[in-house]
Design a protein around this ligand. Sequence first.
Ligand code: NAP
Length: 250
Amino acid sequence: MNVATGTLDGRTALVTGGSRGIGAATAARLAAEGCAVALTYSASPDRAGKVVRGIEEAGGTAVALRADAADPGAVTAAVDDAAAALGSLDVLVNNAGVFPYGDISELTLEDYEATMAVHVRAVFVASRAALRHMGEGGRIISIGSSLVERVPAPGISLYAMSKAALVGFTKGLARDVGPRGITVSVVHPGSTDTEMNPATGEHADEERALTALGRYGRAEEIAATVAHLAGPGGAYITGTSITVDGGVTA
Ligand code: NAP
């Protein structure tokens, strides 16, 4: 299944939230291109183990680490453990995410804290930790959302706010680490068929209708963009956002 194409031969990566969905597809794609991969999970050890076995059976190298993205100490430890297990850390993919949904009158302070902990604080903490291990050619890639650019329905304010923070962080960090030859970018998926947003879900037809292509994206299509950014093709892409949404924001 995973035939190594070699564009990431000898590289190492950590993908947060790699037990399913976009994170799992990204871990598999990076591994297929020759990258040794660590992935984190919080609630799904069996799923994470399955992703690791799939990569190993295809001839790749992978390790799963339990790390709740809401726990800064666990995030830092996972970055250091990944670097130790893989021997280096060239690529960090900040992917772990949740989907808080509701009118502002229903959303609680706890919802706010929980969302910001995973979508914003964990990205800050993981990036800071990863930069201690990265050298020239390092890559920090975060998974945002097309909802940063267009919010086509109610109930998504908290999610959109948390993902929008990644845009500013990406621009600022790109300036900080550019002199070290490290790039920073954010990928904004549109409706992508995962457990978070199944193509058979309650609002799926409305989401499909918003796209130019008339369909959901596949996790592998987001992973392909992340792999491009992680590889030689991403060397001059930094401080910017790349939207992969089938034309929702067109
Ligand atoms: P998913 O299928 O629900 O997968 C979420 C992943 O994040 C799982 O591996 C989960 O692992 C992990 N995760 C959740 N909370 C975590 C925590 N506290 N600590 C560590 N890991 C945690 O979602 P997805 O659709 O692949 O989403 C991946 C990213 O893409 C998210 O950032 C999401 O916001 C973004 N995104 C998705 C879509 C879409 O339409 N699907 C669109 C735009 C952006 P465990 O089960 O082990 O906790």
